[in-house]
Design a protein around this ligand. Structure first.
Ligand code: ZN
Length: 146
């Protein structure tokens, strides 16, 4: 294992143990739950935009494996404070890069999110890592429609 791999593993472990942005969202309807049945991960995610279209708050309620929880936490850290259009682009690029539709190096520009780079080698885990990002895109759309 290289020093980078170890650093990345440490970041993922840290975020899965103490996820940033985790909240109880039981007040939201279960129809908003996004699931990854192959692993048993599920997540509810809520986005708030301020009047200028910047993400002012983001909360998620995640159940599942370490990768899915860490990914939601990294998403929270990376996207709060971003303008909605930029955040959408970020999320779409993240999903495309992990799926192999964009160069994996795209993640190098995304701060600690780069820690999830290694997941691309494991197609089953890609679904774990992208779950929160799909949930985010749905939540952003709902926030913009309000
Ligand atoms: Zn999983």
């Amino acid at each position: 294992m290289t020093a980078f791999d170890e650093l990345y593993q440490e970041i993922i472990l840290d975020h899965s143990r103490s996820p940033r942005g985790a909240a109880d969202l039981s007040r939201l309807p279960d129809s908003l739950v996004v699931e990854n049945p192959t692993c048993g991960d599920s997540i509810k995610l809520e986005v708030e935009l301020d009047a200028g279209g910047t993400i002012s708050a983001l909360r998620f309620d995640a159940k599942g494996c370490a990768i899915s929880t860490a990914s939601a936490s990294l998403l929270f850290e990376g996207l709060v404070g971003m303008r909605s259009a930029e955040a959408r682009e970020h999320a779409e690029s993240f999903i495309a890069a992990l799926r192999g539709d964009l160069p994996l190096d795209t993640l190098d520009e995304m701060g600690d999110i780069v820690a999830l780079k290694g997941v691309a080698a494991y197609p089953q885990r890609v679904k774990c890592a992208t779950l929160a990002w799909h949930a985010f895109l749905g939540a952003l759309e709902r926030a913009e429609a309000r």
